[in-house]
Design a protein around this ligand. Sequence first.
Ligand code: NAD
Length: 479
Amino acid sequence: MTQQYADLQMYIAGEWCSGATGRTEPVLDPATEEVIGRVPLAAAADLDRALAAAVTGFEAWRSTPIAERTAVLHTAAGLLAERAGPVGRVMTLEQGKPLAEATGEARRVAGSLRWHADDARRAYGRIIPSADDTVLSVRREPVGPVAAFVPWNFPAGSPMRKIAAALAAGCSIVIKASEETPGTACEIVRCFAEAGVPAGALNLVFGEPAEVSAHLIAAPAVRLVAFTGSVPVGKLLAARAGAEMKPTLMELGGHAPVIACADADPVDAARRAARAKFANAGQVCTSPSRFLVHESLIGEFTAEFVRAADGIVVGNGLDEGVTMGPMANERRVKAMEELVADAVSRGADVVRGGARLDRPGFFFAPTVLTDVPPDARVMREEPFGPIAPIVSFTDLDDALATANSLPYGLAAYGFTRSSATAERLVRGFEAGILSINHCGGSVHEAPSGGFKESGHGREGGPEGLEGYLVTKRVSHLLR
Ligand code: NAD
């Protein structure tokens, strides 16, 4: 077992613990396939303890004065920023992304926590001029204990978005982080525990995902369900929550189109699109994943895209100079193999990559496909991996129709030198996150979230806090 890896435990009612039954499952290093640790799995009794703790933790946390709450969250952010190096190392070991990306993620989420902590100080209500002798006001209050479920692709980013918004709003939270990347979640929770978050306000569990979500969502204590992951699982959890009349926040998958218009700079567009495509080995919900390029630029765009793919150094994320790590798990490698085989069987050309690397670990080559027919699975299903299908278009309206033809609506990207065309893209794309002439990532101060089956609710920006608050109207007749 690798010694530098994290101490894996659950955090319930202010204490680190193993599960009541002692059940565990192995955690693998995706670059070597070696077992690096064992994650404890919660039994129903552990979940019930976490729920009870979240109820008392909520009362303690919501009644803590806002200045004190903010100070605790800033202390936690400071601890995490200080530990970004070691936390990044844990992340690379369990998820595979290059160390610089992992350390950057740890630093970024500390910034996100600071932003949410400060934003919570502006969760204002309002006084409404009243028609009679009443004082009419609207207050914003924390919704209550939250049940949250997060995946493995951003082992720091995903848990922090939920924890930061929930705690900033004054809620308590029981979060089930990914059993495939538990170490980063433990390191993050350690920062909150050391910063002085009261017992029960933040509880971390692991377990069999379907068992844990069924138990937590049905529990009367839980007032909000927040999930990041795939569309099918999101629908399942939203239906369960709906049956209990509980609100949900759903950050689900996407299949982001890139439209490079006739007047775009093909070299700049290809470089930016390729950099974003292969970041985190393509395992990003907003990753550009369908490249619709005007026929007049497709030659230059593809050539530059292939050059960028050739420049990627695939390897163990701990090694110097590596720019793309392995896929996070064996399931993703299999999914890539199936998508490529399907595209090829329908006539697509594999210009680069297309296969698993012949070495231990879950490595898949940066892959560029051309002449991909519209009915190929990779044009319709979120690849969530390093595959770039490039196709040409003639008419911008047709390209927009293709872009909007899927049930997803998360991110979309457009490249053009014309402000009129840019506005046409902005109005035309059915997606919650648009970038024009670049493929930048998310920022703390603005909301991220989807249209259509990509989900509902927003993370980041003032909207991010909104989902964790409820509105109370108060009418007070003066006596
Ligand atoms: P999956 O659909 O089985 O799981 C996705 C996530 O949901 C995982 O974290 C998993 O632990 C969790 N999950 C699964 N069933 C659950 C349940 N019943 N209750 C609670 N949580 C549950 O698939 P996967 O193989 O882990 O990932 C594959 C697909 O998931 C990708 O192709 C991508 O579409 C999607 N995904 C999206 C994101 C995102 O950021 N939106 C992140 C990771 C995965």
